[in-house]
Design a protein around this ligand. Sequence first.
Ligand SMILES: Nc1nc2c(ncn2[C@@H]2O[C@H](COP(=O)(O)OP(=O)(O)OP(=O)(O)O)[C@@H](O)[C@H]2O)c(=O)[nH]1
Ligand SMILES: [Mg+2]
Length: 246
Amino acid sequence: MSLGQRGKRINWKWRELYVRLLSPSVFILRIDGRNFTNVLKDFEKPFDIRFAKAMVETCKEIMREFNPAFAYTFSDEVSFLFRELFGCRVEKINSIIASEFSSRLSLKLGIPVSFDSRIIYASFDEISDYLKFRQDECWRNHINSYAFYTLLKEIGDRRKTQEFLNGKKSSEIHDLLFERGINISKTPAWQRRGIMLYWEVVELEKEFEGRKVRFKRRVIIENWDLPLFDSEEGKKLIEKVLSYFR
Ligand SMILES: Nc1nc2c(ncn2[C@@H]2O[C@H](COP(=O)(O)OP(=O)(O)OP(=O)(O)O)[C@@H](O)[C@H]2O)c(=O)[nH]1
Ligand SMILES: [Mg+2]
């Protein structure tokens, strides 16, 4: 307790107004890189496999440390599905996951990076719809990035390139790129649909004192060749991934 400006006693603990803000017990958390347009200016455009691999490796470390059911990533964002983290304290969850991710990725890239973080409420049955929402964004981001960087080479000015593309339909962009030798429906699946990491139980066999011993182990699967989340195959995959928390 200390004396404030008008001589009133202030209990500074009470001014931690947001400490009681709580998350649901199961929640989605999405982080997004701050100013990555500039941070990644020396990386290959529109997609750099080295950056994608660094993101995936960092997701794996977060999965081992905090045990989410999945991580779904594209561009500079990741969505996780967590259960009961830090007594559901929103400030703690957002700040710790963002800083763990940022510091681990900074070490891999050799440049300082930071991420913002938000919690998204979704009931269990709504999670597949959320994933479809992010996968649609991945597809839009993929088309726009290819179009932007391909046309920037011709136009030479970022603002003019963006103005030229504004309001163009995706079929028009498809044709523009096709004329320039890029078929955006044939680019690598991870660029079009994102990358998902999740747990799977595998059975392994080892020699132990001359005898074969079978045992089960939880491993992280990296899926760089995802189906569309709203296809039959996609729905089955999500069902399997969510069974980790059921
Ligand atoms: N060069 C390069 N850039 C990438 C890659 N992946 C994502 N980006 C860039 O990262 C940026 C992500 O978009 P945003 O999150 O909307 O933009 P931002 O600059 O991070 O801005 P804020 O998130 O608002 O701070 C885009 O400009 C992408 O082009 C990559 O593999 N290579
Ligand atoms: Mg960003």
